[in-house]
Design a protein around this ligand. Sequence first.
Ligand code: DGJ
Length: 732
Amino acid sequence: MSIQYYEKENIFQLNTQTTTYLLGIVDGTYVGHIYYGRKLRNCQGAYAYLRTKDAPFVPSVNLREKCSFMDAFPWEYSVYGVGDYRESCLIVRTESGYRGCELSYVSHRILEEKPVLAGLPSTFGKEGRQVQTLEILCSDSCIGLQVVLSYSIFEDSDVIVRSVRLLNTGQKKLYIEKVFSACLDMDQNNYEVLVLSGSWARERHMTKYPLRSGKHVVSSNRGESSHQEHPFLALTSPGCTQDCGEVYGMHFVYSGNFLAAAEDSQFDSVRMVMGIHPEGFEWVLEPGSSFQAPEVVCIYSDQGLGKMSRALHDFYRNHLIRSPYLHRKRPILINTWEAAYFDFDADYLVEIAREAGTLGIEMLVMDDGWFGHRSSDDSSLGDWKVNEEKLPGGISALVERVKAEGLAFGIWFEPEMISPDSDLYRAHPDWTLQIPGRVPSMSRAQYVLDLSCQEVVDYVYECVASILRNADISYVKWDMNRQLTDVGSSFLTGEKQGEVLHRYVLGVYQLQERLIHEFPGLLLENCSGGGARFDPGMLYYSPQIWCSDDTDAIERLTIQEGTALLYPLSCIGAHVSTCPNHIVGRITPLKTRGHVALSGTFGYELDITKLTDKERERIRKQIQMYHEYHRLIQDGDYYRIASWMDNHLYDCWMIVSKDQREALVTYVQVLAKANVKSRKLYLKGLDEKSCYRLEETGELFGGDLLMYGGYLAAPEKGDFVSRLLHFRCLDE
Ligand code: DGJ
């Protein structure tokens, strides 16, 4: 049993394989947080940690200081307006305009399942990996609000998934101004904050800083989870490394605006919260209706970041990604974007396919530029009709020609957008997000479709689906190339304009749900101007997400390191692209580009018709390499060995098969140094009692020697050079 309720003490104990979470009810009313950390055998004596015996005591003992109690109590869910001045999770306004809420425990139930959240991505249990859920019902009878705090315990993954549901039980409307999904009140322990931040083409760089007094916030108010900040927040013990130290992480299963904060407050306590960004958000809760807030994945590791990463990778593989491609070999694809941008026609695409086929590439993906009269990014979004000048005979004719070359076919869409220069815009100018009287701000010469409106969602769906119905298309890249502004809908009343941002995200989810339902065999890859919507929410719909428009192998080291902190390598979209790199101009060896892309979905994005024989030979080798290692990379355990962000010289990571019989180490010497000896790479995750053979050289090593003595990597000549080390266990 993962969930135990101790009635006498009024304590709930939530256990995963290696962690325990304790919460308790004080005075039969207040739901308080007691403990989250290493697994405890029992919770004897734990009630005292709620500090109800410390002044100012609980309101039933000392009502005159209720306010002080509210502001110091470790809440399971913090509310605004009645004395807790720290970051709140819930702000509700009544019809008369009053804000203020106080939640009292009413009842609880334990479910032997993980409920599905309608319309939202939701983690799930699996046969043999059952999940229990604790739901605590609280209410505020003064305003007629019920709040259900939900905790699903994924025992096998060391993960607790939290969410919150609100129900209006009164006779009048309530206005939700803020609803977060999770709150964690702990004692301050000199924590450091770890977040992933960046920009376009520089996504998810790991950033760490000490938690000082006050609030530390990461957020997106851009309508998507964003390039700039990631919906992830961790507090770590000082000096936490890959292998040692404590980590408390929260990761939001949502793809729109978010806010996560860590607040160090006056009594040496710290609060972590995460949820939908309150800015621009308001939801009208009609009497009898409910609102479901998205899920937050909560994780604790007592063995550093590495344990957290591996637990999250397994968790997402087992309990979030639904695609039949999860464990299936992904086709090696060639994408036309960096090869041709908008400048292609059917003959050129077939030429690419022919050339790619001879090298062993398995799918051609036609990127942007095939529809309307699009020959730059200035037009045609919304007009999902093939450009017959470029592709005479339409898509099905092209698909048949590509298939005749032995390749499957994939296609690009940007369904959420509309160009002012499009037939769709001319027919339906009211279908864009806009504020009456104001010309919406353009970005990449495009506007955003109002996906809060069901009619627009239905239209968009038919555009995409009818193309897929009429040609043999195996893969869709779903792009989204601008962030939201002028967030107003022509279809909602003034009172409901605060719902547009969230309804937009629900519209995207609905579209993708319908798509994978109608086309169950489709491989869907999400993308947003690179990796601006790389989040657990999108993973529920697509097993892979384009990681970044920056395909330079060296830049990718940092981007992929940050991404792999949370996500399995099987969902990280990565391609070998041309040199000099189109974004940074750097020249790196084709071999290194292949090694870096191999730790992702693997594919190509270059003009394959213009390669030298040597390059063609190298690509053939890379393709063999992919066939040999894809299973290990897709399903294995990830260990970070060294980070060039820290050492400024080299990068190294490895994947170990679950049975420890095989391991693949990727080593990149970013910068060469004069007069140095061989460098020790301390491998991880091997069986210390086993003997391993390095396949490239036939050398034998003990697993313990490789881990504690290190593998000696000889210095190489040149910058940006890389090696793959493949170890196989010899023991039976
Ligand atoms: C942004 C994507 O990240 C690129 O890969 C490419 O598909 C372009 N959009 C096309 O406009």
